[in-house]
Design a protein around this ligand. Structure first.
Ligand code: F58
Length: 838
């Protein structure tokens, strides 16, 4: 047992003093005040909200740490398979509120903070978001961590500890301005592990040596060494003592490398320069979503993190003294997109070069260990690395990639002897100038399973990028796991009143761990009081958002208006341009209406939010257009409450917690076949909002679940997109007449200097309209008219909302993680024993 690890004579003393953590309000206050006074060294007489946040966080952190230690011990003693989730992004958001709810002590904390003179909401909002991600991919990783802990899976996350997360967005004169996000000033949620430091090698060269048995082995020598230092973040499960670990690596100059010679000889600058160069590796998160630029520093980040994580995983395995063939029985490594693909190569290198396994034996272990999730089919987002760059930075890894490729191509040649072109198509090395390493192919070849993230997307990868690989490996290697979201953060935390109302009807909070229980809500569709309260909650959430909008933009919006929201990264394929062009169309329509006609129209607030990658001009232009339209519309007396256009600055996880519960309708309007899944679509519906969307990503499965009458679908289908684009290319393009009027207004300067928008307009008018804005415009406008109509019947609208929520059970990330665990990882939960009082 765990206890037996303490020598008998000392056992009692250790047990007696072992920390328990608070459970009562008294104890919470005691711990909080103690931390403010001693850990923070603050006089209680100047304890402000930030100090209260810090004290409360440290009190909760203590609790988490106790369970976390126990969980780690339990997992070590259980000696069973673990999952390692490798992701370059973890978009965690705030931790305190989540910790309070997951350990079930938020009410205790609320009462305690009140005694100390604070409102819990004010204290919670002191926390800086942990924003180590761009968008959906990073937030998915965060939801997965929550579900893995909640379901008691022995699972670790591995990532990079960026000093700067995604930039903070300011809107200045209607333009995006990026401000660095330095978030580590005070972060009580991480534990530096200075004792866990791994040497990571870069550059150098490879030579061949004979070992004692006369075996020819590759030795990677020279180059430079950088240290990877572990920082651990506890991940509490909901309503379970299981507290898993997220290990983030930080880079630091290696002690051996830091040039004391230079330092002592007075060349202080050069020696500090080396140190800074080392620290640069984990300094900043690359702010692109769905674009890969192929910068060397990015490759360095990837190898640094993969090598440190694998060293850690292998070290843990070696302690078990098991044979290498048992490695895949103890270790499952999940690759979140291709960013960690070098881990495949690194494990092969460790096994062959350092542990002396035969190539085939090693490769068998590797393939059984890894699995790869693909998140995009868009060519510009697929990772490729230039061979010369890789040759220079990771010479031995490039050799291994060549060898993997050569063996793979041999296999393919045997299978398809007459198909030369097949060999060219599937080669990991693309024969371009310079040659490129195709990471998606390497990830596929090195894994036993490859999955897409929604049904349509998983079908698409099998017919596009991995078409040949399906022929080679057969269809079983490719599977689908539709994304999900954690109902703890996205319902219970973001929308506490709705969660409470649901619990009051369903007889408790079981739905938070079994979301399919929500379907019992359908029994209450005739319950007047229930429906009234539901509507009041939605209204209160809209008032809260209206307040936020007032505070941040100075624009007053009417909470009784229909809130129409699109918040996500700004990207042409997500088509915020379609939305704003539709808004302009609405504006022009209102302007042309008589006073009588205007009376019949439902007032609307069009809300946008999201960051544009700093170098993505078209996306920045879209932001500028939204702000410019807002300037005009919001100040037009003719329009009044009928239309307001809002840009919410700096959309992030904590803002999403305010925005999501306040929507009546949200927009998921990507060109069909481009959005792999989308996850905010799930969040909005779970919070009692309807959606307008295209037949894309998870919208399709949401439709299947909630029913066609509860969603507003429009636009062309994925299967027709290619033909439409082809038609545009060959001159068969006619601009939609309503859209033409919108462009006339823009060009006529109604929203300021038209030149600023010419590139955006032209991309649609005369440059092929790649994202089919014009093709879908008419159907989009018509569908919005249906939304207006539907919203007039509040009773029916409410029924749609409640029915939809009741059918959202499928979209819990718990379901998703269970599918990964059973179909891909083959891991079992490790359920902790019940302790007294638990
Ligand atoms: C997103 N990808 C998909 N990538 O776009 C979205 O449909 C899906 O729901 C989500 O993954 C989760 O599966 C995404 O967010 C990135 O941001 C990458 C960041 C690093 C560079 C390449 C894109």
């Amino acid at each position: 047992s765990v206890e037996a690890s303490i020598p008998e004579p000392q056992r009692e003393a250790w047990k007696k003093h072992s920390a328990q953590g608070f459970t009562t309000k008294e104890e919470f206050e005691n711990e909080t005040v103690r931390h403010v006074e001693t850990t923070l060294a603050r006089s209680l007489f100047n304890c402000d909200e930030l100090a209260a946040y810090s004290g409360a966080s440290l009190a909760f952190r203590d609790r988490l740490v106790i369970e976390w230690n126990r969980t780690q011990q339990r997992q070590t003693f259980a000696d069973q398979k673990r999952v390692y989730y490798l992701s370059l992004e973890f978009l965690m958001g705030r931790a305190l509120d989540n910790a309070m709810l997951n350990v079930g002590l938020k009410d205790v904390a609320r009462a305690g903070l009140k005694d100390l003179g604070f409102r819990i909401e004010d204290v919670i909002s002191q926390e800086h978001d942990a924003a180590l991600g761009n968008g959906g991919l990073g937030r998915l990783a965060a939801c997965f961590l929550d579900s893995m802990a909640t379901l008691n899976y022995p699972a670790w996350g591995y990532g990079l500890r960026y000093r700067y997360g995604i930039f903070k967005q300011e809107i200045v004169d209607g333009y995006q301005v990026e401000v660095p996000d330095y978030w580590l000033d005070f972060n009580p949620w991480e534990f530096p592990r200075h004792d866990i430091t791994v040497d990571i090698q870069f550059y150098g060269h490879v030579s061949r040596h004979q070992d004692e048995d006369g075996k020819n082995i590759a030795v990677w020598e020279g180059g430079e060494i950088v240290d990877a230092v572990a920082f651990d973040v506890p991940i509490p499960g909901y309503s379970t003592p299981t507290t898993n670990n997220l290990r983030l690596w930080s880079s630091k100059a290696s002690k051996g490398e830091f040039d004391f010679q230079k330092f002592n000889s007075g060349d202080y600058e050069a020696s500090v320069g080396d140190q800074q160069r080392a620290e640069t590796i984990s300094a900043v998160l690359y702010p692109n979503d769905n674009l890969e630029r192929g910068k060397e520093l990015r490759l360095k980040q990837q190898y640094f993190w993969c090598a440190a994580s694998l060293y850690d995983i292998v070290r843990r395995f070696k302690k078990s003294k098991k044979a290498w063939s048992a490695f895949p029985d103890m270790v499952a490594i999940q690759l979140n997109d291709t960013h960690p693909t070098l881990a495949i190569v690194e494990l092969q290198r460790i096994l062959v070069d350092l542990e002396g396994l035969d190539w085939t034996e090693a490769w068998d272990v590797v393939q059984k260990t890894f699995s790869y999730a693909n998140h995009t089919v868009m060519p510009e987002a697929l990772e490729k690395w230039s061979v010369p760059v890789m040759q220079n930075l990771l010479p031995r890894h490039l050799q291994i990639i060549y060898e993997v490729n050569s063996q793979f191509l041999h296999m393919v040649e045997k299978q398809f002897p007459k198909d030369r072109d097949m060999l060219r198509r599937v080669s990991i090395i693309e024969e371009s100038q310079p040659q490129m390493v195709q990471m998606a192919y390497l990830a596929t070849i090195g894994s036993h399973k490859v999955n897409g993230v929604a049904e349509l997307h998983s079908d698409l990868i099998k017919t596009t990028i991995f078409k040949d690989f399906v022929k080679i490996y057969g269809p079983d290697k490719f599977t689908n796991v539709t994304n999900g979201i954690t109902p703890r953060r996205w319902l219970h935390q973001a929308n506490p009143r709705l969660s409470e109302l649901i619990a009051s009807k369903l007889g408790g909070y079981e739905f938070l761990t079994d979301l399919t229980k929500l379907n019992e809500l359908e029994h209450f569709l005739d319950d007047k009081d229930f429906k009234k309260e539901w509507q009041e909650i939605k209204y209160a959430n809209k008032v809260r958002l209206a307040q936020h909008i007032m505070n941040t933009t100075g624009v007053r919006v009417n909470p009784k208006a229909l809130f129409d929201i699109q918040v996500k990264r700004i990207h042409e394929y997500k088509r915020q341009q379609l939305n704003i062009l539709g808004v302009i169309h609405r504006y022009l329509t209102i302007k042309a209406m008589s006073a009588e006609e205007r009376k019949k129209l439902a007032p609307r607030v069009s809300i946008f939010g999201g960051k544009a990658a700093p170098g993505y001009w078209m996306a920045k232009t879209v932001i500028h257009l939204v702000c410019s339209v807002g300037e005009v519309v919001n100040n037009d007396k003719d329009v009044g409450d009928l239309l307001k256009v809002i840009y919410i600055e700096d959309y992030n996880v904590s803002k999403a917690e305010i925005i999501t519960p306040a929507s009546d309708i949200s927009e998921h309007i990507s060109t069909a076949g481009t959005e792999a899944s989308g996850t905010s679509n799930m969040k909005f519906v779970l919070n009692g909002g309807l959606i307008i969307g295209t037949c894309d990503g998870a919208n399709i499965e949401i439709t299947r679940e909630v029913g066609e009458s509860n969603i507003f679908l429009f636009g062309n289908l994925a299967e027709d997109v290619e033909d439409l684009r082809h038609a545009h290319t060959y001159g068969n393009f006619k601009l939609d007449p309503d859209l033409a009027k919108v462009f006339d207004a823009i060009k006529g300067g109604r929203f300021g200097d038209a030149n600023r928008f010419s590139a955006l307009c032209n991309s649609i008018i005369d440059q092929g309209d790649y994202y089919l804005v014009s093709d879908d415009f008419n159907s989009y406008i018509k569908t919005h008219a249906l939304v207006d109509e539907a919203y007039k019947d509040q009773e029916a609208w409410l029924e749609k909302c409640i029915t939809s929520v009741s059918r959202m059970g499928f979209f819990s990330s718990d379901r998703c993680i269970q599918e990964y665990a059973e179909m891909i990882w083959n891991v079992e939960p490790l359920v902790p024993e019940q302790r007294n009082g638990k």
